[in-house]
Design a protein around this ligand. Structure first.
Ligand code: SAH
Ligand code: F3S
Length: 485
């Protein structure tokens, strides 16, 4: 999920419109996955009501918050460097308060607050509603901490303020936490058990975004296919639900159907799908609605059955191929992307070759690839020795990156000569004479502006490409433009 956000957003301060009645300044920086960026919008909304406007000027901030990521060691190191920077600025502005939010909160609370004394406030992902009380504690000179993980919190009742938005695309979170327990992954420990958000509050948020002029939403969850609403409570307690609750439960396919029908002019994307939970009814609903984009982020992590088992990924290589075949038979032009980990404990050259051959079979449009980073507290760290030398991890990583680049180029080239619908999101980074948007498969498309504007659905003829970007020219409005009038 983490790469579905624009790379340029990583670590940026996010700013909302100024609320004139607010007098204090909040500087909030976010790292990691899209869920963190979405959570920062919830935090900004809660603090707006406490009198804070956002700023991108660190020196003038009354409160500095960093929304942190623990997924790999490198992500944690980045945040540590930022905390050093904030503390340096704080020397000139001693009344400034510094707080840590998100996934590093639980793991490093003691260290940050007591041993190193580099923060005033530590708040876990389920405790943001407690921020007003915690800030009072800080005002009274006490350290403030709440890292309690909740069984119910989904923030369904909070209307997020959109931070540094292009006014076109927005994230809408639908589940929190994860129950999958992949052995390499820290998320179930930092974000807690999986729970789903009330579909009514999701629909309300989508309708509100449409009314504000947004044209694309991404439904977010660590594992969206596992979405299940039956009146509240944890996914794992569904078996205890009443007959009535079971009969009226809403799964991911029906949620997608509801959202797509509610706003036919809104493009709908979702992330992330776990192969073990993705069902054919989801793919069929995607095929049924033009406004659900033909793109699935389907992390596989490894092509070796032996490694998949050790990772506690509950599917085999063959089952994954079957899923890919089913997707392609129902939606032939579907874009598919992967996440892959190299150098998982005990990974042999043969396992690595299995990963490369799986990639050859699928030919992904995009991919996000990582060297295994042992995370304290995970099952992987407890059960397996991190025994693959760094140099081997790096070499294998480079091999899969090279192969992915080759495939990305080939899949991008396949669009050449085609006319495809593109939603205009913003000006191209390279030229102020060009628009930038994406086709349904999530590939970036740039083309001359002419008289089109941000938020238009335009048909673009694809003339040239680099490995990741299509370059074209507009030939008229797309079918979805008619939903806008
Ligand atoms: N279900 C989530 C996964 C979050 S983590 C999602 O929605 O994407 C995102 C990716 O980070 C994972 O798919 C995995 O490829 C990678 N990752 C997670 N833990 C890792 C670790 N310990 N070392 C290296 N990469 C890891
Ligand atoms: Fe992590 Fe696996 Fe869940 S990668 S977020 S435990 S699906």
């Amino acid at each position: 999920m983490e790469k579905i956000i624009d790379e340029t957003l990583q670590g940026q301060t996010l700013v909302k419109e100024e609320n004139k009645s607010n007098s204090k300044k909040l500087y909030i920086e976010s790292y990691g996955c899209a869920m963190n960026f979405s959570d920062s919008e919830i935090v900004a909304s809660i603090l707006d009501k406490q009198g804070y406007n956002t700023t991108n000027n660190l020196a003038e901030a009354d409160l500095v918050l960093v929304n942190t990521c623990s997924i790999r060691d490198k992500a944690e190191q980045t945040v540590r460097k930022r905390l050093e920077k904030y503390n340096a600025v704080k020397k000139d502005n001693p009344s400034m308060k510094v707080g840590v939010l998100g996934c590093m909160a639980e793991r490093l609370k003691q260290k940050f607050l007591e041993e190193e004394k580099i923060v005033d406030l530590v708040v876990g992902p389920d405790a943001y509603k407690d921020l007003p009380n915690l800030l009072d504690e800080v005002e009274n000179g006490r350290d403030a901490i709440n890292v309690i993980l909740s069984k119910e919190e989904t923030y369904g009742d909070i209307s997020p303020v959109r931070l540094q938005s292009n006014g076109v695309s927005a994230f809408v979170s639908i589940t929190r936490g994860c129950d999958n327990m992949c052995t390499f992954c820290v998320v179930p420990f930092t974000r807690g058990r999986e729970r789903s958000r009330d579909p009514k509050s999701i629909l309300d948020e989508v309708n509100d975004l449409w009314a504000k002029g947004f044209k694309e939403i991404t439904l977010l969850g660590q594992n969206v296919d596992s979405y299940l609403w039956y009146g509240g409570g944890l996914k794992k307690d569904f078996k205890k639900a009443t007959e009535m609750q079971k009969a009226t439960a809403v799964n991911f396919a029906s949620l997608l159907d509801m959202v797509a029908r509610a706003q036919p002019g809104m493009r709908i994307r979702f992330s992330t799908s776990n192969p073990q939970d993705m069902t054919l009814d989801v793919i069929e609903i995607m095929a049924k609605h033009h406004n659900i984009c033909n793109y699935i982020h389907l992390p596989v992590q490894s092509g070796s059955d032996r490694i998949l088992k050790k990772m506690n990924r509950l599917h085999t290589r063959e089952e994954y191929f079957k899923l890919i075949d089913d997707i392609r038979s129902i939606i032939p032009d579907c874009g598919i992307s992967q996440d892959m980990i190299t150098g998982f404990p005990s990974e042999t050259e043969e396992d690595h070759q299995d990963t490369l051959s799986l990639m050859e079979y699928v030919r992904y449009d995009f991919g996000y690839m990582f060297a295994y980073s042992e995370r304290p507290g995970t099952l992987g760290a407890k059960k397996f020795k991190d025994d693959i030398p760094e140099s081997t991890k790096k070499r294998r990583l480079q091999e899969i990156i090279d192969l992915q680049q080759k495939h990305s180029r080939l899949t991008t080239e396949k669009h050449l000569g085609q006319v495809e619908e593109v939603l205009i999101e913003k000006e191209s980074k390279k030229s102020d004479l060009q628009w930038s948007g994406r086709n349904t498969q999530n590939t970036t498309v740039v083309f001359p502006k002419e008289n089109y504007k941000v938020g238009d659905y335009v048909l673009v003829k694809m003339n040239e490409c680099t490995s990741a970007t299509l370059i074209g020219e507009a030939v008229g409005y797309g079918p979805m433009q008619s939903t806008l009038s």
